[in-house]
Design a protein around this ligand. Structure first.
Ligand SMILES: Cc1ncc(COP(=O)(O)O)c(C=O)c1O
Length: 377
């Protein structure tokens, strides 16, 4: 018998499954930062500096710039990419945080549909969305699967467009062994509380060009020319900037978690393999697709139903049945981002609409990969 019909839930609530996982290293790191007594510096304190150095080791050809959130990182990216904003293409299936920074920086947002299997920007839809006014593309590595960067970079080079990768959900995901963050002019990561590595809040930019990185660093702190933490601050603004510096406690937490990323990712991948093997035997269910040469880190595990195989209302019933078994489930959005009232875009995005109407996310937003950690079907 199943729980929705009155049986005991299949799964116990698992305290270890709660995300973020705060272990002894995280507590020690935050205590270390508290004892150092520096909670914030507009120049970046020791923890922020350490975090930027760690990212620099992973992206040796790029400059790492820590920020207070990924939204802040994307805003800086929007500002440093182009002085004359035109149209920027974003996927119709993403979190709205991808879009606002570009609108705020004065760009016109143009949405393109996603691929039904990868949930990432569909290269054909992307190409069709390019106009003479297009200046940039913002591919999102949604749910932890890299977007099709070889096709996107090929198009961007052909059409002279810049690319900002929204890598918020995909820390450590790769294409042919190359980590996301290495493709576009700029890539932005999030450390908000649901992400694979978290500081509560926080973001990271990795930037290919030194001039662009210098401008991002300047804009991050009120347009000031800032030096290293222990140098004297000038307080002189050269541009209209922001207060987008990451704080020390968040940086300390992220520093403690980063060494665990590979372990967290491989556990999610291991468990996703178990789920995938079991679920792909069920007629009408499609498990996440991973193109050859790509790695997926399963920040979210989206399961798609074939509506022709199930009676109407099946998705809701299945959702409730999983909830009753204590399996974490969510929908993670209901309509394409362009259909939000703020964007007033009534265009058709059939793949995005299909995916959002016929899928659920197994696993809790607070606990990336928890589907895989907790569920044994
Ligand atoms: C795809 C995507 N883009 C942007 C953001 C914004 O990141 P942050 O919350 O760090 O500002 C998020 C997550 O929150 C996200 O999932």
């Amino acid at each position: 018998m199943i729980s929705i019909l009155g049986a005991a839930p299949l799964l116990r609530f698992d305290e270890n499954g709660i995300w973020p996982r705060i272990e002894v290293e995280e507590r020690e790191a935050v205590n270390r930062a508290l004892e150092a007594g520096i909670l914030y510096s507009g120049l970046g304190g020791p923890e922020v500096t350490q975090l930027e150095r760690t990212y620099h080791r992973s992206y040796p050809l790029r400059i790492s710039v820590a920020t207070s959130s990924c939204t802040a990182a994307l805003h800086l990216a929007a500002e440093i990419c182009c002085f004359f904003p035109g149209e920027v293409i974003v996927p119709a299936l993403t979190f709205s945080g991808t879009t606002h920074p570009f609108a705020q920086a004065g760009y016109d947002l143009v949405f393109a549909d996603v691929d039904r299997r990868t949930f990432n920007l569909c290269p054909e839809a992307l190409e069709a969305a390019i106009t003479p006014n297009t200046v940039g593309i913002v591919p999102v590595h949604l749910h932890g699967l890299p977007a099709d960067m070889s096709r996107i970079m090929e198009l961007s080079e052909k059409r002279g467009l810049w690319v900002v990768e929204d890598a918020c959900q995909a820390h450590g995901a790769t294409i042919n062994g190359v980590e996301v963050g290495n493709f576009g002019e700029v890539a932005c990561f999030s450390f908000s509380s649901s992400k694979p590595i978290t500081g509560g809040q926080g973001g990271m930019m990795v930037i290919g060009e030194a001039d662009m990185a210098m401008r991002a660093i300047q804009l991050r702190s009120y347009g000031e020319d800032v030096g290293a933490f222990n140098e004297t601050r000038t307080y002189v603004s050269h541009a209209i900037g922001y207060n987008y510096m990451l704080d020390e406690l968040s940086a300390a937490l992220i520093n403690a978690m980063l060494p665990k990323l590979a372990r967290y990712n491989s556990r999610a991948q291991h468990n996703a393999r178990i789920l995938g093997t079991e679920l792909s035997e069920c007629v009408g269910l499609t498990v996440p697709f991973v193109p050859a040469g790509f790695t997926h880190i399963y920040h979210k595990y989206r399961l798609v139903f074939d509506p022709a195989q199930f009676p109407s209302g099946f998705r809701t019933l299945f959702y409730k049945a999983l909830q009753a078994e204590n399996v974490p489930v969510s929908y993670w959005q209901f309509v394409p981002v362009p259909h939000y009232p703020v964007f007033q875009d009534t265009g058709a995005y059939p793949n995005t609409e299909f995916v959002l109407a016929n899928s659920i996310i197994i696993g809790d937003e607070r606990n990336p990969g928890s589907c895989a950690i907790q569920v044994r079907l």
